[in-house]
Design a protein around this ligand. Structure first.
Ligand SMILES: [Zn+2]
Ligand SMILES: [Zn+2]
Length: 426
C-alpha cells in the first residue's frame, strides 16, 4: 500500500457569532491597524468630523444600548403597527430589542426590528431637532436610512441620512420608556450607542463536522490493489483480480476452480478474468449532493478486495435477471471486456468479514455494508431511494451515511449516488 501524507483540511466549526461589543470593537481595531488593504472607502469623514468605519455586519441582528442610560432601543409596548414609538428600556433579551442591520447604498443602513419587522424611522420625515423616532413599513427613503460613525472601540453615533441628525435619548432620560428623538450631533453620551451581536448560534451553527472516511482505508486489501491520498481524495489503483476462486479464471491460474455454488441454473458466460488497470478517485470527505447523479454502467465503486461494484443493470435499462445465472460461487462474473465485478453481495467478503461488515466504497465516498445490521437483516424498505441510511456503524461511531447490500433488486444502490462521485478510468 502507498499512503502519501498530505495536508488534510481541518473541518472547522463556522460561527459568525461575536458575543460582545467589546470583541466587536477589537475586530475593528485589528482591521484598521493590521490590514493594509483595509478598504479606504469605508473610512470617511462625515460633516461632524467623525470617522466612519463600516465594521458592523449587514444581515446580523444586534441589540443597541445607550451609553448614557444603559438602556436598549426598543419598540413601545411591543407594538407591531406603523407609528409605534421608539423608546429605551431595560434589557429583556426579547426580539423587540433586537434589530437587523441591513446594508443600503453608500454605507447607509436600515434597522429592522425583529419583532415587528418594521424600520427605524424619523416621524413625518422631520429634519428638525426633536423629530420623533418611530417604526414604519419599509419606504426605501432617507428618513429610514442611517450612517454609523464609530466614536470609540465599541460605541457608535447613529446619524439619519435625511436630517443628518443623531439618534438621541431625549432630555437625558435614564428611565424605562424614555423617548428617543433626533438631535444635532453633540458628541455626548446620550447620542452614543453600543451594538452587540445577538447570539444566533442555534440558527446558523454548522454540523459538528463532515464525514471523513480516512480511517476505513486500511481495510482495503486485495491482489494488485493500492491507494494513495491526494488532497481531498483517495485514489485507488486496482488490477481488479479477485482474491478468490472462480471458474472464470483461466485454467492455468491456481485460483481457477469449477463452479461450486448452489444455483441449479448456473451457466458460464463466455468471458474470463483478466488484469485491468482501473483508477478510481473517491472523495475522502463525502457529502450529500444537491443533484443525485445516476450510477453509470461499469464501475460505480470498489469492494475492499479491489473488485469493482456494478449497478443493478446488465445494460441500458436491462435488469440482471438473465445475468444472475452466470454469477460464480462468490457471485461475481466478468464482462465482455473481462472486467470481473459484483452486482450483488460478494459472498467471499461477507463469509470472511461478516454479513454486517464494511464491504467497500461507492465512487461518492460513502461506505457499503453487508445485509445485516445489529443482528437484523436489512431490506430495501429500511433504506432511502439511494439504498442507504444514516446510522452508527462499527467503523464510524459518530454515524455516517452508508449503503447496504440487500438480497433484492436494486441490491447495492438505488436511484443514484447519495453524494457526488469522483472519476473512474479504465
Ligand atoms: Zn455483470
Ligand atoms: Zn446501516
Amino acid at each position: 500500500m502507498i499512503i502519501s501524507k498530505t495536508n488534510v483540511p481541518t473541518l472547522k466549526k463556522i460561527r459568525k457569532t461575536i458575543k460582545s461589543a467589546t470583541v466587536l470593537g477589537t475586530i475593528v481595531m485589528m482591521l484598521s491597524c493590521s490590514n493594509e488593504d483595509f478598504n479606504q472607502s469605508s473610512i470617511s469623514e462625515n460633516s461632524n468630523g467623525i470617522s466612519i468605519k463600516a465594521s458592523l455586519v449587514s444581515g446580523h441582528i444586534y441589540t443597541i444600548k445607550s451609553v448614557h442610560s444603559n438602556k436598549y432601543l426598543d419598540i413601545a409596548e411591543n407594538g407591531l403597527n406603523n407609528g409605534v414609538n421608539i423608546i429605551q428600556s431595560s434589557y429583556s433579551g426579547t426580539p423587540d430589542q433586537q434589530w437587523e442591520l441591513i446594508s443600503a447604498d453608500n454605507e447607509q443602513y436600515e434597522l429592522r426590528n425583529v419583532l415587528s419587522e418594521k424600520y427605524l424611522s424619523v416621524q413625518r420625515r422631520s429634519i428638525l431637532n426633536g423629530g420623533n423616532i418611530q417604526q414604519q413599513d419599509h419606504r426605501n427613503s432617507t428618513h429610514q436610512k442611517w450612517q454609523l460613525y464609530q466614536v470609540s472601540s465599541d460605541q457608535y453615533n447613529i446619524i439619519n441620512v435625511r436630517s443628518n441628525k443623531a439618534l438621541d435619548v431625549e432630555d437625558w432620560n435614564t428611565i424605562d420608556g424614555g423617548n428617543i428623538q433626533q438631535w444635532s450631533y453633540a458628541g455626548t453620551n446620550n447620542q452614543k450607542w453600543i451594538f452587540s451581536l445577538v447570539d444566533d448560534d442555534d440558527e446558523i451553527e454548522e454540523p459538528e463536522e463532515g464525514y471523513d472516511i480516512r480511517t476505513i482505508l486500511s481495510k482495503f486489501d486485495g491482489t494488485g490493489l493500492s491507494y494513495e491520498i491526494s488532497g481531498d481524495n483517495v485514489i485507488f489503483t486496482s488490477s481488479d483480480l479477485p482474491n478468490h476462486t472462480s471458474p472464470y479464471w483461466p485454467s492455468s491460474n491456481p485460483l481457477h476452480s469449477d463452479y461450486t455454488g448452489t444455483n441449479p441454473n448456473w451457466r458460464m458466460n463466455p468471458n474470463e478474468i483478466a488484469e485491468q488497470n482501473i483508477v478510481l478517485t473517491i472523495p475522502l470527505y463525502p457529502a450529500e449532493a444537491t443533484n443525485h447523479e445516476a450510477t453509470p454502467l461499469g464501475a460505480m465503486g470498489i469492494a475492499r478486495n479491489g473488485i469493482v461494484f456494478f449497478n443493478q443493470y446488465a445494460g441500458p435499462d436491462q435488469p440482471l435477471t438473465n445475468e444472475i445465472d452466470s454469477f460464480d460461487q462468490w457471485l461475481g462474473h466478468p464482462t465482455g471486456t473481462d472486467i470481473y465485478h459484483y452486482h450483488i453481495e460478494p459472498t467471499y467478503l461477507t463469509q470472511q468479514y461478516g454479513t454486517d461488515a464494511f464491504l467497500g466504497l461507492l465512487s461518492d465516498g460513502f461506505p457499503v455494508y453487508g445485509p445485516v445490521e445489529n443482528g437484523e437483516e436489512i431490506t430495501n424498505e429500511d433504506l432511502d431511494e439511494y439504498h442507504g441510511h444514516i446510522s452508527v456503524t462499527a467503523d464510524f461511531p459518530n454515524g455516517i451515511y452508508h449503503y447496504h447490500i440487500t438480497s433484492n433488486d436494486p441490491y447495492i444502490n438505488g436511484n443514484g449516488f447519495f453524494g457526488t462521485p469522483g472519476n473512474t478510468t479504465f
